[in-house]
Design a protein around this ligand. Sequence first.
Ligand code: GDP
Ligand code: IMO
Ligand code: MG
Length: 423
Amino acid sequence: MAVDLLLGLQWGDEGKGKIVDVLTQNYDIVARFQGGPNAGHTLEFDGIKHVLRTIPSGIFHSKTINLIGNGVVIDPVVFVKELEGLDKFNIDYKSKLFISRKAHVILPTHRLLDAASEASKGKAKIGSTLKGIGPTYMDKTGRNGLRIGDLEMPNWEKNYRALAEKHLGLIDFYDVDVQFDLDEMEEEFFTAVETLKTLTFIDSEEYLHQAQKAGKSILAEGAQGSLLDIDFGTYPFVTSSNTTAAGACTGLGIAPNKVKEVYGIFKAYTTRVGSGPFPTELFDQVGEKMAKIGNEFGAVTGRPRRCGWLDLVALKYAVAVNGVTQLMMMKGDVLSGFKTLKVCTAYKYKGETINHLPFNIEPEYVTPVYIEMKGWKEDLTKIKETDKFPKELNDYIDFLEKELEVPIKLVSVGPDRTQTIHR
Ligand code: GDP
Ligand code: IMO
Ligand code: MG
C-alpha cells in the first residue's frame, strides 16, 4: 500500500490541519513527520474549533492510528497541554497515539536559547515562534540531543542536566537580557515527562514498515510550508526542518518509491507570519481586507499574518520541489467581493523578467509582475458543488491549473470540515 503526503506549499498556515481531518477517513494511519509546537493546525467541526501543535490532525477519528515520527521535535510541556485539550472532548488517545523513540525532546533551555538567539539578532531576528525549534534541531544535527527513547532509560536525567548546563553557558555567551525561572520551568518539564511516559513509545520506522506490508494506508502530515524549508525556503528566514516531500521520507523512515500522491495545499492568496522576504506582500487596504476577512492571526503566537496576492513563481517552485500530484486551494471564500484579483506570474529581477525563484527575493532585487483577473461577488461559504461556482472563480482555478500544470482537486470555502468541495 502506498503512502500519501500532505504538504503546505507557501509559508505555512495553508489549512493543513483542516484537510488532514477531512482526508483521515480514507487512511489507517496519519503520521506527522517534522516540526514541533511551532505548528498550529486548526480543525473545525460540530461548531468547535481545535488547534493541534504536535499531535497529528487525524486524532478525532476513532479508527485511525496517529503517529508522531522521528523527524518531529516534542516539548513535553506543550504536549501535555494538547492532551488536556483532547481530554475535554473525551478523545481516547491512549490506544491510538504513538510516538517515535527517535523523536527529539525540546528542553526548557532550548526555549530560552531560542529567545536569546532572537534577542541577539535585533532587527534581523527570524521571528521564531520561540518554541525552541531551532536549538533542538541544532542539538539533533550536532549529535547532542535527548530523544524520546532516552526517557525510558535509567539516568536520563544525568544527560538532561549535562545538556541543560551546556545551554546555560550558551545563554551567558549571548549576553542578552532573557529573564527566566529555571526551577519553575524544570518542575513543569519533569512533571510533563511523567505524563508523556504514560503514552506508547514505538520504533516507528519498523511500525510503519510492517503497516505497509500489511496493506495499511498512510497519510503523512507536514507542518509549516515549503518556503520555510531549511534547504529550499527563504533562508535564513525559515524553520529548522525539511518541510518538503523528502522530509516525509527522513522524518518517518518511508522509502521514496513508496510515496504515491503528494497533496499540495495553498491559499488562494498568500500569507506569512514572522520576518523574511515576501514579494507579493500588500501594505495597503487590500491587504488589510484579506487579513480581516481571512482572520489572519497566527494559531500559535496570535501574531497578525502578513497578506498578499498569490505568487505563482513561488508556487511553481514548491510544486516542483515536492512533486505535487494534486492541488488543494484553500480560503477561496476570503476573496469574495474583491473587484479585481492579481496573480504574480513573473518577477522583474536585475532588469530581466524571470519565471523561477532566484537565490535572493528581497524587495531590492525582485519586483512582482502581475496579471489581473475579474473577482467574484458571491459568498462561497454555503456552496456544496462545483457547478454552483461563480464563473470568475472557475476562471481563476482554470488559470492556476494551466500555469501550475497540476489539477486542483479540492476547493475549501470555509474553516468547517463540511465546507470542502472535491472536484
Ligand atoms: P495549518 O497550519 O496549515 O493547519 O493552518 P492554520 O490552522 O494555522 O490556519 C488556517 C486557518 O484558516 C485556520 O484558522 C482555519 O480554521 C482556517 N481555514 C481553513 N480553511 C479555510 C477556508 O477554506 N476558508 C476560511 N475562511 N478559513 C479556512
Ligand atoms: P504551521 O504548521 C506559519 C515561522 C515562524 C518564523 C519561522 C521560524 O502551523 O503551518 P520557528 O519557530 O520554526 O523557529 O520559526 O517560521 N513558522 C510558521 N509560520 N506556520 C507555521 O506552522 C510555522 N512554523 C514556524 O513564524 O517566521
Ligand atoms: Mg498553522
